[in-house]
Design a protein around this ligand. Structure first.
Ligand SMILES: O=C(O)CCC(=O)C(=O)O
Ligand SMILES: [Fe+2]
Length: 321
């Protein structure tokens, strides 16, 4: 148990549905044993990744005042730039040594969810960088489609309808995030991690990481093992909402980022989440008389908001007013 599985998902893109179950079985096993795996054979091109990464690096290189024009702490719907130490993923450690950009499904100002100030709903706040907005909006949609392909494969092992997740991931509250981890220069900053140990909140996360390394995953024995960069792959992991939805058939596994010394690190997680009103109640394929549902029903929005409040001091203050 010291190496994460690597799953070739290209058969999921074949028209021959007979090719799917073998991949679905590998995904199901990885979700049960690890809650973490790599995928290769996905349709996101290396050119796309290069373009997104190039924009990301140029954005984070801007002066702070420029980036803070889209300060995430000034929004109620969690979009824009998060300066270093905005997040504290591990409450026993100092705040995270990273800066972030978050975007979601773009809803115009006159959309009913925006007019009624539904949490997590709103327009994106993009930097003025030419070419950024069109590229990132397209990338968001393509990552959402990839996540739904994996979810569709999961329905095979879960023995639920093929469109079970598709019908719940309409107008999702998924988040595409870019992260810059500055280098860790001194021994004194060793305590301050790039990203403190945490589990993800939502359903399924698809992570691109550059070549710097530093991601670590806790295995079932409680040991931290490296999840090194592998060209052309995404690291996929499940979050707390999926663990709960699946009655703990699937694992939401702790992970962290140790910032490398002397180099910058860039990563791009896509957190795939359903429509905010989706009822998160034990999946039909995950309960039987021997394994009754363990958790009360909640909704996607209710669950995510309670987890956000744990991580962001500014959100706790907003909730309090
Ligand atoms: O940057 C990484 O490699 C991981 C980031 C992460 O775990 C997160 O943002 O939830
Ligand atoms: Fe994470």
């Amino acid at each position: 148990m010291d190496q994460l599985p690597i799953i070739d998902i290209s058969p999921l893109y074949s028209d021959d549905e007979n090719a799917w179950p073998a991949v679905a079985a590998q995904i199901d096993l990885a979700c049960r044993e690890w809650g973490f795996f790599y995928i290769k054979g996905h349709p996101i091109s290396p050119q796309r990744i290069d373009a997104v990464l190039d924009h990301t690096q140029r954005f984070f290189a801007l002066p702070a005042a420029e980036k803070l024009k889209i300060d995430i702490t000034q929004t109620r719907h969690h979009r824009g730039y998060g300066a270093i130490a905005t997040e504290q993923l591990d409450p026993s450690k100092p705040s995270d040594l990273k800066e972030t950009f978050d975007m979601g499904l773009h809803l115009p100002a006159n959309h009913p969810d925006v007019l009624t100030e539904k949490p997590l709903r709103g327009p994106n706040r993009h930097p003025a960088q030419p070419g950024w907005e069109a590229l990132m909006e397209q990338h968001y949609l393509d990552m959402q489609a990839l996540a739904q392909t994996l979810l569709r494969a999961m329905t095979i092992a879960l023995d639920i309808k093929r469109d079970f997740f598709d019908s719940r991931f309409v107008d999702p509250v998924s988040v595409l995030r870019m992260i810059h981890y500055p280098p860790r220069h001194t021994a004194s900053s060793a305590e301050q991690q790039g990203a403190g140990a945490h589990t993800d909140y939502g359903c399924i996360t698809l992570l691109y990481q550059d070549s710097a390394g530093g991601l670590q995953v806790k295995n079932v024995k409680g040991e931290w093992i490296d999840a090194p960069p592998i060209d052309g792959t995404f690291v996929v992991n499940l979050g707390d909402m999926m663990a709960r939805w699946s009655n703990d058939r699937y694992r939401s596994t702790p992970h962290r980022v140790i910032s490398p010394r002397g180099v910058d690190r860039y990563s791009m997680p896509f957190f795939a989440e359903p429509h905010p009103d989706t009822r998160i109640e034990c999946l039909p394929g995950c309960q039987d008389p021997q394994h009754p549902a363990k958790y009360p029903t909640t909704t996607c929005a209710e669950f995510l908001l309670s987890r956000f409040a744990d991580t962001y001091a500014y959100r706790r203050e907003q909730e309090a007013v």
